[in-house]
Design a protein around this ligand. Sequence first.
Ligand SMILES: *[C@@H]1O[C@H](CO)[C@@H](O)[C@H](O)[C@H]1NC(C)=O
Ligand SMILES: *[C@@H]1O[C@H](CO)[C@@H](O)[C@H](O)[C@H]1NC(C)=O
Length: 385
Amino acid sequence: MSDGYYSSKKTDDICEDVCGQGTRAALSMSRLRCILRGVDLRTYMFLFVIVPLCIFGVYLHGQKISYFLRPIWESPPKPFQNIPHYYNENISMETLCKLHGWGIRESPRRVYDAVLFSNEIDILTIRWNELYPYVTQFVLLESNSTFTGLPKPLLFAGKRDQFKFIEPRLTYGMIGGRFKKGENPFVEEAYQRLALDELLRVAGVEDDDLLIMSDVDEIPSAHTINLLRWCDDTPPILHLQLRNYLYSFEFFVDSKSWRASVHRYKTGKTRYAHYRQTDDILSDAGWHCSFCFRQISDFVFKMKAYSHYDRVRFSHYLNHDRIQDVICKGANLFDMIPEEYTFKEIIGKMGPIPHSYSAVHLPTYLLKNAENYKYLLPGNCRRGG
Ligand SMILES: *[C@@H]1O[C@H](CO)[C@@H](O)[C@H](O)[C@H]1NC(C)=O
Ligand SMILES: *[C@@H]1O[C@H](CO)[C@@H](O)[C@H](O)[C@H]1NC(C)=O
């Protein structure tokens, strides 16, 4: 302790001696030398090894570090008010409504299902078949631009023939992209959602109709929509709690998907949105299958197209073999850590998602056509293309 004190005192003295004389240039040179002589090996190590390593580490893993520290800088949102959900196929609608504290109507409400379509053809097929019995009008909008401003083929328009069964109930709209370079993708997304409001009016939505607002891959279960259309006094806006899956129904993540919502339409008030709009959420109301694609090329497209393109930090993330590997392991495509609000949850969810071997209570159409949609079922992680 005292040794260090004396030696640093000594170097200070030397410096004062040197700096006391000479030209200005020589002065600053010798001052630098003095400073360098004053620091020991450990300080050099720190400056030239540890600091660059840290900077490189932050460059590689900065996003992970900030997500990991999230519980410190962000508190969780206000919790939802969970509405218990009752269902069994042999219970009458009257009893079901009563169990929820709701009355039953003379006739069901009309139901509109509106989506912004990107490239989720298979999931769209499963969705529309699931909801078909209870939906009055399906509204689909597609753009020739992704949210990130990349040109996109009109995939739905090209495959419309596959959706003959829906044709009499379909309102289709196409909107030209704005192709603004370097713009925040959320702006294009908001622009497209606004156009969806207009398309809904074209489709003939009226006051008190039910309107489902959700992404294509957020699929309410048929019985949930049937319940909401038959019961009276349901909340005017209700979020749907969905089971979160990743890549297929083999990887069950959690039950915390909440963005989908059902609205009793009000002209001039209801706006198509995908954020939190109320505190009420109906439990166990369907499935959210993210990145549930048939072809590896669809994964690459989605990774580039969606609003979080900044997560593709390295081009090797788009490598086909890597993506296949990530899918089979249930790992993270973007090599991110879980987005949670407490350390307990972050740590609990680190690492790959465990495999699930349950295919109970999945969308009807998926199980009826299991051969064609094998890749969505447990034990079939290999993709084509
Ligand atoms: C459910 O109802 C159907 C007829 O609606 C009946 O055939 C079946 O036996 C019932 N199942 C159970 C488990 O009660
Ligand atoms: C997108 O669609 C709009 C409207 O139809 C059209 O004017 C524009 O040329 C299209 N752009 C691309 C890149 O396809």
